[in-house]
Write a protein that binds this ligand. Structure first.
Ligand code: NAD
Ligand code: DAU
Length: 338
């Protein structure tokens, strides 16, 4: 098969490229616009692999996407390409609507025009909104209503609805996965876990939003990749699959764990103004993908977080380049007067 991985130069997409190159015989094409979050350095170990190719382009550029389909004739599209950071969506919602909604619809139009064996949309648990902190018995299932909070999650939910509309109306063979928070190698430093590791290593304060009691359900990125791989090969067209490994942690627990692994003091923690509209708790019920497709996550949080901290210690070159560029302006804008 020829699999086009859109957004393959970002965090999860790049991990998926490596996962497929290692575990399948398929040809992998990474199609990526290379926004601030896309990084060819991340893919340098794939460059010489004859099964791999990189093509630069935007999913929102119809003419470029159609050319991609004409030239490459993909069998499968896995759509990771997105603006992915909630805080940035609060600053600039429109970019999120253009990339996440229009971009997805352009890809679907191309599938309709040229044909496709499978279109897979990489969605998120954030489309379900949040759960209250005092109801640990509640989980997101595939039947939970969409109920979004941020411009980011609204754009991802809109994309899901468009995928489902194209599947029903034009019979595009589509599937959707909704995963919880990922962590692991190549995670862009703006997100909680890499930001805290890097700040701690640099002796900077660790900015925890609000009280730090918000809960996220963490999944090691390779386990997300194995779930998507199963869905594109064995998942049923028209279905949604939730992906998560029952690893719920408060943000404060995560930050304290990182500090402990690094042997740094908790005095580095600084409570800062909360995120607007901050979702309280995410928690995935993965029963469907476990029972129907036999998926199980391999990495426990305690092991995954150690591996992740170790990766950032071993790969300073990767993140030092990122944080020395425009990231400085981003950091000053988001955290300067917080
Ligand atoms: P990321 O921000 O690290 O990477 C996004 C990638 O998409 C980058 O390489 C960027 O250059 C590319 N991109 C952006 N706009 C594009 C466009 N118009 N055309 C082509 N490429 C474009 O994001 P991530 O964390 O790897 O997330 C990937 C996907 O997984 C997203 O769709 C996100 O919604 C979803 N997701 C993420 C998580 C998570 O915890 N990070 C969890 C569940 C789902
Ligand atoms: O649930 C899946 C989603 O997880 C994905 O769809 C998103 O693309 C991904 O970015 C992530 O969204 P979150 O908002 O949960 O991730 P983030 O790393 O931005 O924040 C995690 C938690 O940590 C959240 O409660 C906010 C908090 N936080 C974050 C940052 C960046 C802080 O307390 N301080 C920070 O500096």
């Amino acid at each position: 098969m020829k699999i086009v991985v859109t957004g393959g130069a970002g965090f999860i997409g790049s991990n998926f490229v490596y996962y497929e190159l290692k575990n399948s015989d398929d040809e992998i094409i990474c199609y990526d616009k290379l926004t601030y979050a896309g990084n060819l350095e991340t893919l340098k170990d794939a460059e010489n692999n004859p099964k791999y190719k990189f093509i630069r382009g935007s999913i929102s550029n119809r003419e470029r996407v159609y050319r991609l389909f004409e030239e490459e004739k993909p069998d499968v599209i896995v759509n990771f390409a997105a603006e992915s950071h909630v805080d940035r969506s609060i600053e600039d919602p429109e970019l999120f609507l253009r990339t996440n909604i229009i971009g997805t619809s352009v890809l679907l139009d191309a599938c309709k025009k040229y044909g496709i064996q499978r279109f897979h949309q990489v969605s998120t648990d954030e489309v379900y909104g949040d759960l209250p902190l005092d109801r640990p018995d509640l989980f997101f299932t595939e039947k939970t209503n969409l109920h979004t909070s941020s411009p980011y999650s609204a754009s991802k939910a809109s994309a899901d609805l468009i995928v489902q509309a194209y599947q029903r109306t034009y019979k595009i063979p589509a599937t959707i996965s909704r995963c919880s928070n990922n962590y692991g190698p190549y995670h862009f430093p703006e997100k909680l876990i890499p930001l805290m590791i890097i700040n701690a290593l640099n002796g900077k304060k660790l900015p925890v939003y609000g009280t730090g009691e918000n809960v996220r359900d963490w999944l090691y990125v390779e386990d997300h990749c194995s779930a998507i791989d199963l869905i594109i090969r064995k998942g049923k067209v028209g279905e949604v699959y939730n992906v998560g490994g029952h690893n719920e942690k408060t943000n404060l627990e995560v930050v304290k764990t990182i500090l402990k692994i690094l042997g740094k003091g908790e005095d580095l923690i600084e409570f800062v103004t909360d995120r607007k509209g901050h979702d309280q708790r995410y928690a995935i019920d993965p029963t469907k993908i476990e029972t129907e497709l036999g998926w199980t996550p391999k990495t426990k949080f305690a092991d995954g977080i150690k591996k992740t901290v170790d990766w950032y210690l071993q790969n300073k070159d990767w993140w030092e380049k990122i944080i020395s560029g425009e990231y400085q302006d981003y950091y000053a804008k988001m955290y300067g007067n917080r």
